[in-house]
Design a protein around this ligand. Structure first.
Ligand SMILES: Nc1ncnc2c1ncn2[C@@H]1O[C@H](COP(=O)(O)OP(=O)(O)OP(=O)(O)O)[C@@H](O)[C@H]1O
Ligand SMILES: [Mg+2]
Length: 487
């Protein structure tokens, strides 16, 4: 059964139960209060027993009662009866005075009711002075006072007001009240149903439609949030979150796929070029082209150089792919970054000076800066950066400077040269594998474009960051940032 039909059943049952409970409650209350299931009328009457007269009527009643106590004969004075009758009529009530079994005065407005026959008997202790009585379906509330006259006859004084005829009223209006009640109940249920449908079922439909789109591989849409923080709202948010994650992972997958293709084509190209050269030279030798020992030497030299380049490329590729797959374990040791860089600069100094470089490095002295790193791998990263400075150097006076700066939890090593620099639009890509800024893969600066990619893998493998900044024509600065550790 769908939620929708289930809800219709649910709401209909709630409606039926509500109506049943309403009637049952009405019945039980009547039963409990009146002790008689048949007389709902009595129940209604009891309420009025307590307060039968309005305050004005009550005041007039008390006046008359006082008179009956002090000077009962006066009550039989027609002028006074008239006056009180008038006042009581204004207060929407009537006067009745009885002497023994005879009615001495009866206000004309209720003369037709035949009240005199239903009047309560004398009760000289006046215990029940306020009550109700009904004649047919007409209801009367009254205040009564019984008194004795000087000639020992008994008299009664009644201030009477007619109540709205309950039986007639309910008889007429009850079906209407019940219909209104029923319409209200049905209306409330329908509204509630619509509200719940809007809040629950519609979002669920939307979710189902979205799930179907996702199943078909379409992730390029947005599931609008419902705007509420309830369970359904959260479900929608979570679903949208999942869709975004899925979309990202699919995009990443596609990106990987594109990268893999590019990598393969780059590798093929970079291996094909030296192999073609080697093949050409070997064929030349086979055909006896180098006919002098010098020429032969040149041929062999070229073949050798190409083989070395290929070997290096394969080594780098291998290292890069191992780093990429996280297959090389990092052997971290705690050491002083100053000493470490000092040692590297010491090792490189001879070779760099041989290439005509002037080296700047003053960071060897000072407080130790403790870091945890894999010395061999970090050396490799620094060597790749320095290698570029050497390879691309274009000034007569070549300079290379090393600087170390430490703050509370980070240490930065900056390596700066005064070479040609990198064009701004190329900076973003220099850490990409196989990326080389100058398009012609010329032999002098020839490399695979893996040097900085490897350096980045190594630095990031240490939880650090690497960045390159450059002013074209003036030089390049590469900064390695690493986290420091406790001494
Ligand atoms: N110090 C530098 N001066 C000028 N250009 C640089 C410098 N360092 C890097 N580049 C540019 O960034 C590119 C990428 O450098 P990367 O070290 O990754 O590759 P490569 O040096 O070309 O090849 P490999 O390092 O694999 O031999 C270089 O080709 C070069 O264009
Ligand atoms: Mg390089």
């Amino acid at each position: 059964m769908s939620i929708r039909s289930r809800m219709i059943v649910y709401y209909s049952s709630v409606l039926v139960v509500t109506i049943l409970v309403f009637f049952a409650t009405a019945y039980l209350i009547t039963l409990a209060v009146t002790g008689d299931a048949k007389s709902v009328k009595q129940f209604y009457a009891i309420h009025f027993t307590l307060k039968p007269l309005t305050p004005e009527q009550e005041t007039l009643f008390l006046d008359l009662k006082y008179m009956a106590k002090t000077d009962p004969e006066k009550l039989f004075d027609p002028a006074l009866q008239k006056e009180y009758d008038f006042q009581l009529r204004v207060a929407k009530s009537a006067l009745l005075i009885r002497r023994e079994d005879r009615v001495a005065f009866l206000s004309p407005q209720i003369a037709d009711a035949g009240l005199e026959k239903s009047l309560p008997p004398y009760e000289m202790d006046n215990i029940r002075i306020r009550n109700l009585l009904n004649i047919g379906d007409r209801f009367y509330a009254y205040g009564k006072y019984d008194f004795a006259l000087s000639d020992a006859t008994r008299g009664s004084l009644f201030v009477i007001r007619e109540l709205s005829p309950f039986a007639a009223l309910t008889g007429k209006l009850l079906p209407l009240f019940l219909s209104i009640l029923f319409v209200m109940l049905v209306g409330a249920n329908v509204l509630l149903y619509l509200f719940v449908t809007r809040r629950v079922i519609r979002p669920l439909h939307k979710l189902r439609a979205s799930a179907a789109r996702i199943e078909e591989g379409d992730l390029d849409f947005r599931i609008e949030p419902t705007g509420s923080r309830d369970e359904i709202g959260q479900l929608i948010l979570q679903f949208e979150h999942m869709r975004r994650k899925l979309q990202q992972s699919v995009e990443l997958q596609l990106q990987y796929e594109a990268n893999r293709k590019e990598l393969l084509s780059n590798i093929s190209h970079d291996l094909k070029t030296p192999v073609t050269t080697i093949k050409g030279y070997v064929e030349g030798i086979r055909d006896g082209v180098p006919n002098t020992p010098e020429k032969m030497d040149k041929y062999v030299e070229t073949i050798y150089a190409k083989t070395v380049a290929m070997d290096r490329l394969i080594d780098e590729l291998f290292l890069y792919s191992k780093l990429d797959l996280n297959k090389v374990p990092f052997e971290l040791v705690k050491l002083d970054a100053r000493r470490f860089v000092d040692d590297i600069v010491g090792e490189l100094r001879f070779d760099l000076e041989r290439h005509g470089f002037r080296i700047d490095w003053h960071g060897g002295q000072g407080e130790p800066v403790w870091v945890r790193l894999d010395p061999d791998k970090m050396k490799r990263a620094i060597a790749n950066i320095v290698d570029n400075s050497v390879k691309f150097a274009d000034k007569a006076e070549k300079r290379l400077s090393f600087a170390l700066a430490a703050d509370s939890d980070r240490v930065t090593l900056e390596i700066a040269d005064n070479g040609p620099g990198v064009a701004p639009e190329a900076i973003r890509s220099v850490f990409d594998r196989f990326y080389r800024a100058e398009p012609s893969r010329n032999a002098r600066t020839g490399g695979s474009g893996l040097g900085l990619a490897i350096a980045k893998q190594i630095v990031e493998g240490h939880g650090g960051e690497i960045a390159l900044a450059s002013t074209p024509g003036e030089g390049t600065r590469v900064a390695i940032k690493l986290n420091t550790c406790e001494a």
